[in-house]
Ligand binder design. Structure first.
Ligand SMILES: [Zn+2]
Length: 118
């Protein structure tokens, strides 16, 4: 199987299968699960399942304060990567980022103002 080279993934069935086979559950706390990759010892954080939210799997830099690790930027990057951008500007006041494909807002404003995750 290929290595997980990205820092963040949507926890789709493929990723859930990888977790099941290649990862060990270390801890559960504050709506997150901490996993260790059995092969390379990297640590990853999975959102607890919630029917209203997209579940994400994020590579951690360390296990120190692992529940507090701020992955918002990664989540926005993933949203941008997933949706793509157009050459139109975001309509939010004073924002000069490009809007997401077929949307009026950029990834930052779609994430923070609309709660969009995928
Ligand atoms: Zn914007």
């Amino acid at each position: 199987m290929t290595e997980l080279s990205e820092k963040i993934y949507y926890a789709d069935q493929n990723i859930l299968n990888r977790i099941e086979s290649d990862f060990e559950l270390i801890d559960r706390k504050d709506w997150y699960r901490l996993y260790r990759n059995k092969k390379d010892n990297s640590f990853w954080r999975l959102d607890e399942w919630d029917k209203y939210q997209e579940q994400l799997f994020v590579r951690l830099e360390s296990t120190e304060n692992w529940t507090a690790y701020d992955d918002k930027k990664l989540r926005m990057e993933l949203l941008k990567h997933n949706r793509g951008t157009s050459d139109k500007k975001c309509i939010w006041k004073d924002c000069d980022r490009n809007a997401l494909t077929e949307m009026a807002f950029c990834e930052f404003h779609a994430y923070t103002e609309m709660g969009l995750r995928k």
